[in-house]
Design a binder for this molecule. Structure first.
Ligand SMILES: C[S@@+](CC[C@H](N)C(=O)[O-])C[C@H]1O[C@@H](n2cnc3c(N)ncnc32)[C@H](O)[C@@H]1O
Length: 287
């Protein structure tokens, strides 16, 4: 693990390296959660383990690479609109010895639906809330899945970023992190109205049978995974770039103290971090 000091602030978008790092850290820190979700997929596909798996909005490959390790006979297709994510994914796949079992497809789901052949399992983690017309994408997923095939939709709630800090952080005024999240929520409501929505309705409308909906209230306490400090730093950096124009100066300087990699109050050194977030999984079957 390198000790890099990136002092730039990532912009909120998907075409920047900061996002790839954040997705990889998310996978490491929330590994137990991911295992719970793939366990559920395993239960629901026990009769016929998937042979072809499609990951929509794969990012750096957290979903597809985990699924390929779990389902040893499966081949994977990783689709993303972002070429850089896919290159990162291919490198990870090679490092894990999975390079020959996964192919990448660069496509924008808002404008294209490539033909895939029959697919047994579709995985869409934190990607459905990005698409412009989820109904159309779900109809395409339905047509691509074989009858009996499964779609796993994973989403975050309306406050998508995990929380890490104790409530008392904030100069003279506790609750710095809550104020940041409240500002972020206003923006998200405007730009990502689908975040935190109930996918059960559009799934049913697209012809799926929702066989399970499970909400995971994640609340990690020490001892935390080793990457937690860096995950907190990458997340808070991203949050900073979203709220810096609206946050009051005291809060902004407290945030910078937390983000500074070298200081004693840096999130890299604090021992009082926790990881709190909510994720929901819908398991939908094509009848
Ligand atoms: C929040 S990331 C989630 C990545 C990954 N599924 C995970 O759980 O770690 C969302 C991903 O969806 C991709 N994405 C967003 N809109 C898309 C679209 N219209 N077509 C294809 N991919 C898209 C982004 O490039 C990004 O990699």
């Amino acid at each position: 693990m390198g000790n890099h000091h990136h002092h730039h602030h990532a912009t909120a978008g998907h075409d920047d390296p900061g996002m790839a790092e954040l997705l990889d850290l998310d996978a490491e820190v929330l590994r137990d959660h991911l295992t719970e979700v793939t366990d559920l997929v395993g239960e629901l596909t026990a009769d016929a383990p998937p042979r072809v798996i499609l990951d929509l909005g794969s990012g750096t490959g957290t979903g597809i690479l985990t699924l390929l390790r779990r389902f040893g006979d499966a081949e994977g297709i990783a689709l993303d609109m972002d070429e850089r994510m896919l290159r990162h994914l291919a490198d990870r796949a090679d490092a894990l010895g999975l390079g020959r079992r996964v192919r990448t497809v660069q496509a924008d789901l808002d404008t294209t639906w490539p033909s895939f052949g029959a697919v047994d399992l579709v995985w869409a983690s934190a990607s459905m809330h990005h698409v412009a017309d989820p109904g159309r994408v779900l109809a395409d997923v339905h047509a691509t899945l074989r009858p009996g095939g499964l779609l796993a939709v994973l989403e975050m709630d309306a406050l998508p970023m995990p929380r890490f800090l104790p409530d008392d952080v904030g100069v003279g005024r506790p609750g710095l992190e809550a104020r940041c999240h409240a500002l972020l929520a206003e923006q998200r409501a405007e730009h990502m109205p689908l975040l935190g929505s109930d996918w059960g309705v559009p799934l049913s409308e697209a012809g799926f049978t929702v066989e399970a909906k499970r909400t995971f209230a994640i609340d990690l306490r020490p001892p935390l995974p080793a990457e937690t400090g860096r995950y907190a730093q990458a997340t808070l950096r991203r949050i900073r770039s979203g709220v810096e124009d609206h946050l009051d100066p005291d809060d902004l300087s407290t945030l910078d103290t937390l983000l500074n990699g070298d200081g004693p109050e840096s999130v890299l050194r604090r021992t009082d971090l926790t990881v709190r977030t909510t994720r929901t999984a819908w398991m939908a079957r094509r009848p």
